[in-house]
Design a protein around this ligand. Structure first.
Ligand SMILES: C[S@@+](CC[C@H](N)C(=O)[O-])C[C@H]1O[C@@H](n2cnc3c(N)ncnc32)[C@H](O)[C@@H]1O
Length: 229
């Protein structure tokens, strides 16, 4: 099944990463952290928190059940979180509970046409780019960049097959057979740090750090929108 079609169907149950900010991980988070080789709390503190101010406008791609969204909302009491997902995430994240601070968009493609240009302070995703093939990552990065205010930042977790090879396919929860399959047949398409940097640069971003080195299995890239257009 092509990766995009699979993606649109697969996560209709609302993928959950657990209590990302808790001092002690709950069961869901503990099992994910084992596969990803890192602490979600540490990821939040180092890849998200430094970019948030109380009134920040944050864009999140692929919130699923909203584990990261809820954590972000705690830190932007006067700001707004705008989510974009193939799923209708309002089943799990109810905008009415957040008094105008949460706006959720269900989309069918990667245009980000629902978001105003130059309106976003920080762009985040976890567990999203790792499931998109390189053509779609390129589209996402190219179309999302103009949504950010000039000089603002983005951080994204991405698949890195070089790290996965070191970490171990079984330990990382990714079937080793994927190595013999084409990208549009698998849910963890090929990517690595070099590709991710080149896709980001082609999409007009400045790469601040290609990998924040927070996860043993995957990369987390930090980008800056240096341009005003
Ligand atoms: C594995 S879940 C991750 C959920 C959440 N970020 C987390 O880490 O707990 C991936 C989510 O991203 C969404 N998604 C993946 N690719 C997308 C795309 N190109 N555009 C919109 N949503 C996408 C899926 O529908 C799904 O809800």
């Amino acid at each position: 099944m092509p990766t995009t079609e699979w993606l649109k169907k697969e996560f209709d149950y609302g993928y959950d990463s657990g209590n990302v900010l808790g001092l002690l991980p709950n069961k869901v988070r503990r099992s994910e952290e084992k596969r990803i080789g890192g602490s979600y709390r540490r990821v939040f503190k180092q890849a998200i928190l430094p970019f948030l101010k109380p009134d920040s406008r944050v864009m999140e791609l692929g919130p699923g059940n909203g584990a990261w969204s809820r954590a972000i909302l705690q830190h932007i009491p006067n700001g707004k979180l705008i989510t974009v997902d193939y799923q209708d995430v309002t089943q799990w994240l109810d905008p009415e509970q957040f008094e105008g601070r949460l706006e959720c968009h269900q989309v069918n493609e990667n245009s980000f046409s629902c978001i105003e240009d130059g309106s976003i302070d920080f762009f985040w995703s976890m567990g999203v780019l790792c499931h998109n093939n390189q053509k779609h990552i390129g589209e996402i990065l190219r179309n999302a960049r103009p949504k950010l205010k000039p000089g603002k930042f983005a951080c994204h977790q991405y698949a890195n097959w070089d790290k996965l090879e070191q970490y171990g396919w079984r330990r990382g929860g990714v079937p080793a057979e994927f190595q013999q399959m084409a990208d549009d047949e698998i849910w963890w398409p090929r990517n690595n740090q070099m590709n991710m940097v080149s896709l980001s640069v082609d999409a007009g971003w400045t790469v601040v750090r290609p990998d924040l080195k927070l996860l043993q299995r995957d990369g987390v890239i930090q980008l800056r929108n240096a341009s005003s257009v």
